[in-house]
Structure formats: C-alpha cells, structure tokens
Design a protein around this ligand. Structure first.
Ligand code: AKB
Length: 316
C-alpha cells in the first residue's frame, strides 16, 4: 500500500516535525497537513494544507475522501496543564477526535492509524522507577484520563473490528523548531530558549523533579518505526511504553552550564508540580525494544548540544 497520509494537528510541536519527515520520505503530495488554524506558516506553506476541526466527523471524512487518504496520524490534543484549566474541553477534544478516526477506520476509510498516548496515563499509585508496561494506572489529570481510556478503545477497536491502530506513550519531547504548548514537561524546552535569550530561567518545577524525556528526532523515529513495523510485530494494541532519558531540572541546568557557565535557574513550582509528581521518573520500554526494535540515540548532553547549537543559529 502506497501511503496517502493525513496528519491532524500538523501545526503542533510533534505534528510539524512529523509532517516534514513524512514528506521527505513519501513525497510532498502524499502527505496532507491539517490543523484547526493557520498557526504555523512553515507547515501551511510547505505543501498541501487543509483547515480541519478534528472534532467534526463530517469534515474529517470529507478530507479523507477528497485526498484518498489511507493512513492517519492524529496529533491534535489538549495536553496536561491546559487540560486542568479546561477539563471538559480537554475531554471532548481528545475523545471526539479519537472516536472519529477509530470509526472511520472501522468503516474501512482509514487503513492504518497512529494515535499518541503519554506517560500521563500513569498516576500517583503507579511504581515510579522503571515503570513497567503493565502496572497500576490511576491518572489524576483529565489529559491522562483521556489517554488511558483512549488506549482501551484502541485495543478494543483492534480486537473487535480489526482496526490497525498503533500507539506509543510519549514522554516529554524536546525540540528546537516548534514550541510545545500546555504541557507539564514544557520547562525542558523553555529552559534552552531562556538560557540563550536571558542567561537565566525561572523553573515551574522543583529542582529534583525527575521525568522521562526524549529528543524530537528520537520521537519521530519511534513514530515512523512503529508505523513501518509488520502488523504481526505490533503485539500491544493499547500503547507501548517508550523511553530515552530521565533527568531533573537541576541536571538539565548542569548540562547547559557546560556550554554557558553563567546560566542560572531559580525555582518557583506552580500547579504543574503536582502533575509532575504524579508521573513516573523513568520508564521500562523493553517491549518496544523487543517487538519492533526501538532504540533511542540522544543522551541529555547530546540534546543540550543540539538545542543550543540550533537555537543560536535560529537567532542569527
Ligand atoms: C505533557 O506534559 O502534558 C506532555 C506529555 C508528557 O504528554 N508533554
């Protein structure tokens, strides 16, 4: 099957880089980008772009028909921190959009579907170190609840209707091209921007809050690898644990200080601290490594070098 791809939420942090990478692999005309507004001109102007409301079933179906789409990446979602401000909006957006694409897949309009889950599926009662694939999951955020229940529905649609849906539980993603928005792990991107712009940063998490993180290139590779894997190798149809590095605000600061010795950080934890405290410190992703050969490349120091070099270039 030659993939004819629709990315829903293509203007966001992960969606935008996924769009560029998929276009370089499959050709510009085979990757349709879509989002609710024109809020990333780089994406809007670099290929076919559709304005699309992920909560509107008819519009999604019309777009799929129009472009003869067979593969969908649903990247639109409200993340953890914003979700706590607008709980019902987060529930509606995250669940409606998922049901629309699952139902379109059930009806045969979509042949292959990617839907991201998150470490937010875990909660305060989950074992924090090396969190296993199968464990206690009692998420305390609305975002986490949508991801957990979404995972159950993905597995259900696969088992009951044969839907080819694939999913990974993203950790915090660090990138220099597009800013994240509304997440608890966003500090790990902001800190690099502030290090370059102001040489100082006020962190909204406390210095010893350890969270699982990953460089964007690794996240994109994982997304493409799981979609390219043979169906029989995808043995988990809820969502795979995925991991690369784990660090605290103090450790990322020390890594930046190797390049910018004058850089300082102050700590002023806000409501996001409670969310971070409910999440794992590190993740056991051995199933992804066994089933579809997942392997990360970037360490914390690699990420710091990439971030500082590219952000400095961008500034010029
Ligand atoms: C968030 O912080 O909400 C996201 C996530 C871990 O899914 N980056």
């Amino acid at each position: 099957m030659t993939p004819k791809i629709l990315i829903i939420g293509a203007c966001g942090q992960i969606g935008s880089e996924l769009t560029h990478t998929l276009r370089s692999i499959h050709g510009k005309d085979n990757v349709i980008a879509s989002d609710i507004s024109y809020n990333n001109l780089d994406i809007v102007n670099s290929g076919i772009f559709e304005i699309l409301d992920a909560q509107d079933y008819t519009s999604v179906k019309v777009c799929i028909d129009k472009h003869k789409i067979n593969t969908v990446y649903l990247m639109a979602a409200m993340l953890s921190a914003t979700g706590e401000k607008y709980p019902m909006k987060a529930w509606d957006l995250n669940m409606d959009s998922l049901f629309h694409v699952l139902n379109l897949a059930k009806e045969g309009f979509i042949k292959k579907l990617f839907w991201p889950s998150s470490i937010a599926v875990f909660g305060p009662t989950t074992p924090k170190e090396n969190t296993p694939q199968y464990t206690i999951m009692e998420p305390s955020t609305v975002y986490g609840m949508t991801k957990q229940v979404g995972e159950r529905w993905c597995e259900y649609y696969h088992n009951q209707y044969g839907v080819d849906v694939r999913s990974i539980r993203y950790p915090g993603i660090i990138s220099w091209k597009t800013l994240p928005g509304g997440g608890t792990t966003d500090y790990a991107v902001e800190i690099y921007h502030k290090a370059i712009a102001d040489n100082t940063y006020e962190c909204f998490l406390s210095e010893n809050t350890q969270l699982p993180m990953m460089f964007m290139d690794d996240a994109i590779k994982a997304t493409i690898d799981i979609m390219d894997a043979k169906p029989e190798d995808i043995k988990i149809r809820s969502s795979y644990n995925l991991s690369a590095v784990s660090f605290t605000p103090k450790e990322i600061t020390e890594s930046i200080q190797k390049h910018l010795p004058e850089f300082t950080v102050t700590y002023k934890p806000d409501f996001r601290q409670k969310i971070a405290d409910s999440w794992p410190k590190s993740i056991d992703d051995s199933r992804a490594r066994e089933d579809w050969s997942w392997k990360h490349r970037f360490s914390l120091n690699d990420i710091t070098s990439e971030m500082l070099t590219n952000l400095k270039k961008k500034e010029k």
